[in-house]
Structures are given as structure tokens and as C-alpha cells.
Design a binder for this molecule. Structure first.
Ligand code: ADP
Length: 475
């Protein structure tokens, strides 16, 4: 398979102006798949220029036209879903099943926002004083910089590209260094279906931070949509303040799972496995802290451990492997260090706890005896490690669950009434009750506290790329 590995600026694939490239590595065997073009400052500025030049005409296209382009992209990705999934397996290391799930989820954003593009609401009303008509229109916010992480290289990009394009904004996509090939694939699909030049641009700047800052500082850039760590998100918010750029932020999480005394164990194991093991645990929504009631603790641990035995670890291209590689050896070592520290802090390894050589593999791991507030409990693990805290008092479990600066996702398993009452008390933007996965293009995705600002997907997602314009008419 050959991959596109250039920048896409003003409708043209081209190498960076320095001619330099960086390696894209397959984390399952550590071989170099491709050498991707490095974007220089001149390339980044050219991308902003192209997006700015195309903004007016793209905003003026009929919503139906934008809608049909997005729909066409959805159709292409549907036809090519396996090819698309394979690109992700290669550069991200995820399992085949995870790549297919992501490919299917990612393309749905094109379909969903194809539908939303033609449904943008406005308002028209008489003022309370009766002296004027208040017309509220919504218009595209303008050039949008979209920065995505490596863990869901396709879905995080479509979740931003689709609403931006639907709204009539032109875009500059900056994928993570680890996973630019998936982004290039998607941008090429948008080119193939006829998205006009300048409307979608792709840059991979090195060094990232300073060049992204220079793009944000350009007055033409009016929107930043970022998915990544809270640390980087804070820096970007500061940069956005300089030119008062509107920022949507999907940041880190530290999702608690509360297993209540009345939980159905079978349902809980099934949901907990999904919540933890989906995408090998590399998800900001991944279950990070398991608070299991004393009455179910031992049975939960026994059954969860037995279920983890089915997660054979190995390259994602071998479709039998349910657990792929982490994105890099550095990420794998971070996970391994967290486990080592957890053990030093008193946790017990019930299963796993080892790295595999030859690739960035880490075995499905289960730890018990983890203390609330210990390192592994307070850190986003981003790997296949389940860390269980035993509790006796539900109020205490809720307090511990909320004892974090994050508030993206939480899971509750229990008898429905009690689970719902606990869900209401949890500080999170999204709560799964008796289930392991929540993501859906039709649902608002986002966090509270330091997990983010704004929502993606749903009908809210397009509003992040629109701003109200009030026109006063005579009554
Ligand atoms: P992750 O833990 O998912 O790697 P990061 O926040 O480090 O989270 O990265 C998310 C995205 O942000 C990536 O595209 C990365 O290249 C980009 N990024 C990292 N540092 C900066 C920065 N200082 N300014 C802008 N973007 C950055």
C-alpha cells in the first residue's frame, strides 16, 4: 500500500518548502512506513492564506452543496472502509476491530453533518417593546484550525472537519505527528469528491508549538478546535486570548467507573471491558478508575481477569489480535512505569503487567488494591490497564469519583434508579449508565471542569463553527 505523505495546501499536494521529512513508524514492528513532509513556517502561512482566500466563496455556497459534498465523502469512506482502517492499523498500531470501529464512527460524522448543514436554525421575532423585528442569523465563524491527536486519527478529524465544512468554514487540519497518514487519506477523499481548493488544508509543522502559535496569531484564523491533553490545551487557550479566537477544547479525562452494590455482574463485566479495552485503553473516555463495591469486588475481579485472557496482544493486521500496539514505545513505557509505580504504592498485579518486545505492546493488565489518589488513579493511563479500588460507601465512591480536575466521562453500573441518581451527582459531561460506550455522532461529546469547552457532534457541534448575527429591522 502506498500512502500520501505530503502537505495539502490550496488544493495541491506538495512537499514542504524545506524538503525535509519525518518518519511515520508502525508501532507494531517499529519499521518506518513513510516519511511525511515537514511544514515550515512558510508552509503554515501559505495554508492560512489559502484558507482565508477561500473563506468568502465557501461561505457563500448553498448549504445543500456543502451537504452533498460531505455525503459524497461519507459514501467514499463507506466503499473504502477497509483500506481506511488499514492505514490506521499501520500508523497507530490499534487492533483491526478497533480500526474498523473507528472507521465506521469517523465516516458517520460526514453523514451526520451532511444532514445538519441544511438545518441551521435562525430566529425572527418582534422586540418586547414592539419597535423592531429581531432577526438572528448564523454565519460561519471563519478560518478554522483543527488540531487532532493520534489515538483516534480519523474520528477526531472528521468530528471537526465535518461540522466546520457544513457550517461554511474553511479549514487547516493539523494532525498528530504520529498519525498523519490517516489525515492525508481523509483530506484526499475530500479533494476527490470535489471540495474546492483552499477549503481544506493539511499541515504537519515542526516544531509544532511555535508554528501552531504563529497560525493562531494570524487575524484571519477565527476558530481553534483542539483535541489533546489538558496541558497543551491550556497553552493554546492562552494563545487564543491574544487575538480572541474562539476555542473548542476536548481535553484529558480521568473517567471513573462506579460499580454499585446492586449491579448486574454480567452486564457490568461486558460494559467495563468495552469502557476499558476499546482502542486498547487509548481513549480520553476510557475507564481509568474502577470503584467496585466491596460486596461485588472479588467476583468482579475474578470474572474481569478471566475475560482479559481473551485479549491476545499483537499486530493489528492479524485480525485475531484483540489488543494492538500502543502508538509508540514511549507511550508503552509510560504505561509500564505507571504499573511499576502502582505496585510500589501497594497495588497487586492480578494479570498482565508486562511489555512485549518487538513492538509497542503491553499486555492486558489488572491491578487490585489500588488506593484512591495514588499515581495510577490520578493519571490518565491511556493503555490497557484496569486499576481497581474497593469501596464500601456509595457516597464516598461519588466523592472519590468527583475528586479530580477532569470531568469528561463517567460510568455507573447498578440498579437503574440508583445508578441514575448517582449519575446526576457525577461531575462529567458524559455519563454511561449500565453500558460501556457512549460515543455517537448524534450526541453531544464534551467535558466539564478541565476536560474541555464546547461540544462536538450532535446539533451543538455545528454551532461551534457558527456565530450569531443580529440584524434589527423596523417593526
Ligand atoms: P496527546 O497526549 O494525545 O499526544 P497532545 O496534547 O500532546 O496530546 O497532542 C495533541 C495534538 O496537539 C497533536 O496534534 C500534537 O501535535 C499537538 N500539539 C502538541 N503540542 C502542541 C503545542 N504546543 N501547540 C499546538 N499543538 C500541539
Amino acid at each position: 500500500m502506498t500512502y500520501l505523505a505530503d502537505l495539502f495546501i490550496d488544493g495541491v499536494w506538495r512537499p514542504g518548502s524545506s524538503g525535509e521529512r519525518f518518519d511515520v513508524v508502525d508501532p507494531s514492528d517499529l519499521t518506518v512506513i513513510e516519511r511525511f513532509a515537514i511544514a515550515t513556517e512558510a508552509d503554515c502561512m501559505a495554508a492560512v492564506d489559502a484558507a482565508a482566500a477561500a473563506q468568502e466563496s465557501w461561505a457563500a455556497t448553498a448549504p445543500r452543496e456543502r451537504s452533498e459534498l460531505l455525503r459524497a465523502a461519507y459514501e467514499v469512506l463507506t466503499d473504502e472502509v477497509e483500506v481506511f482502517a488499514e492505514v490506521m492499523v499501520r500508523e497507530n498500531g490499534k487492533s483491526w476491530a478497533d480500526a474498523m470501529a473507528e472507521a465506521n464512527y469517523a465516516k458517520e460524522f460526514f453523514r451526520w453533518f451532511a444532514e445538519e448543514a441544511v438545518r441551521v436554525p435562525g430566529d425572527y421575532r418582534l422586540s418586547p417593546g414592539g419597535d423592531k423585528r429581531i432577526v438572528v442569523d448564523r454565519q460561519p465563524i471563519g478560518v478554522s484550525l483543527l488540531i487532532t491527536p493520534w489515538n483516534f486519527p480519523a474520528a477526531m478529524a472528521t468530528r471537526k472537519l465535518a461540522p466546520a465544512l457544513a457550517a461554511g468554514c474553511t479549514t487547516i487540519l493539523k494532525p498528530a505527528r504520529e498519525t498523519p497518514l490517516t489525515a492525508a487519506y481523509m483530506v484526499e477523499v475530500l479533494r476527490r469528491v470535489g471540495v474546492p481548493r483552499g477549503v481544506v488544508n493539511l499541515v504537519t509543522p515542526v516544531p509544532t508549538g511555535p508554528l501552531v502559535a504563529k497560525m493562531i496569531a494570524r487575524p484571519e484564523v477565527r476558530k481553534l478546535s483542539f483535541t489533546g491533553s489538558t496541558e497543551v490545551g491550556r497553552d493554546l487557550l492562552r494563545e487564543c486570548a491574544e487575538t480572541v479566537v474562539s476555542a473548542s477544547m476536548e481535553l484529558g479525562g480521568n473517567a471513573p467507573v462506579i460499580v454499585l452494590p446492586g449491579a448486574d455482574l454480567e452486564l457490568t463485566i461486558e460494559g467495563a471491558l468495552q469502557a476499558k479495552m476499546r482502542n486498547g485503553g487509548s481513549a480520553c473516555t476510557a475507564a481509568n478508575r474502577f470503584y467496585v463495591h466491596d460486596s461485588l469486588h472479588d467476583a468482579f475481579v475474578e470474572r474481569f481477569s478471566a475475560a482479559l485472557a481473551d485479549y491476545s496482544v499483537g499486530p493489528g493486521l492479524d485480525r485475531a489480535n484483540r489488543l494492538g500496539a500502543l502508538v509508540s514505545v514511549a507511550e508503552r513505557d509510560k504505561v509500564a512505569d505507571l504499573v511499576t509505580t502502582a505496585v510500589a504504592e501497594g497495588a497487586t498485579v492480578v494479570r498482565g503487567g508486562t511489555s512485549h518486545e518487538g513492538g509497542a505492546f503491553y499486555e492486558a493488565t489488572l491491578l487490585t488494591g489500588v488506593a484512591h489518589g495514588s499515581s495510577i488513579n490520578a493519571t490518565e493511563i491511556f493503555g490497557p490497564v484496569t486499576a481497581v479500588v474497593r469501596y464500601t460507601d456509595v457516597d464516598e465512591a461519588v466523592r472519590m469519583a468527583n475528586d479530580t480536575i477532569y470531568g469528561l466521562m463517567a460510568y455507573v453500573f447498578g440498579e437503574e434508579r440508583e445508578a441514575l441518581s448517582v449519575a446526576r451527582r457525577l461531575e462529567a459531561g458524559m455519563i454511561a449508565v449500565n453500558r460501556g460506550v457512549v460515543s455517537d455522532p448524534a450526541a453531544p461529546f464534551g467535558g466539564v471542569k478541565q476536560s474541555g469547552l464546547g461540544r462536538e457532534g450532535s446539533s451543538e457541534g455545528i454551532l461551534e463553527f457558527l456565530e450569531e448575527k443580529y440584524i434589527a429591522l423596523t417593526a
